[in-house]
Design a protein around this ligand. Sequence first.
Ligand code: GLP
Length: 269
Amino acid sequence: MLVIIREDFEDMSREAGRLVAERLRRKPNLILGLATGGTPLGLYGELIRLHREEGLDFSKVTTFNLDEYVGLPPEHPQSYHHFMHENLFRHLNVDARYIHIPAGMATDVEAHCEWYEEAIRRTGGIDLQVLGIGANGHIAFNEPASSLGSRTRVKTLTLQTRQDNARYFGSVEKVPRYALTMGIGTIMEARELLLLASGEGKAEAIRAAVEGPITALVPASMIQMHGRAFVIIDRAAASRLEHTQFYSRSLEEAVIQRRNTGRPSTVDS
Ligand code: GLP
């Protein structure tokens, strides 16, 4: 796991943008896992800028989103379909046929979840999965006590998550009770993970995920088991980390540190 601590949200977003852009330049038909929420918005802004100013090409990219609220149609302003379209897809040249987001209105939910897993498998698997983190340590909508080997399925949202997301809906009652989400097992199969977190409100979740024990009570702690996980966070989100000697300020610094300590020079683990 490579932990990179940046100054603030903008700085975190730029660093994450550099990483995603580098992967995309290396593999134009990248299979990219995407997340929703306030945290990846800066990264998405950065990708849009790179597309506009530097011609970063998304035409061959396939995307898979982590999750969607059950019962919200794609055109609902709070659906993740709507979020992704508004905040990313409509600004890029992504081919609509290559976009995948779980269908919150699916009638046969189980069959849909199986189809989603199969669709990921058919592409050869996700190359890079972007992740946020819930204040309670959830990733996607895998709430605490989710099975660490779970696959795409329906999850009941905790009251804390519904309260956290109430700001988007106006009131907690309006936040759906269920969501479709990739499982932790599904996420762990991505070849690389990129976890982002910003602000004091995420500091405890980041401490538990990065330095705490691996436990289903903090689903994000599973990233410790991944061979190629990048955790790019800002100072505020890093404020409760204790073992800062192991962390870096940039991807380059991480490479240099590894060289100096005689460890492999590739940015890994
Ligand atoms: C939701 C999403 C998660 C996201 C989390 C944090 O619950 N399902 O994928 O990581 O919110 O959101 P934010 O980035 O807005 O804090």
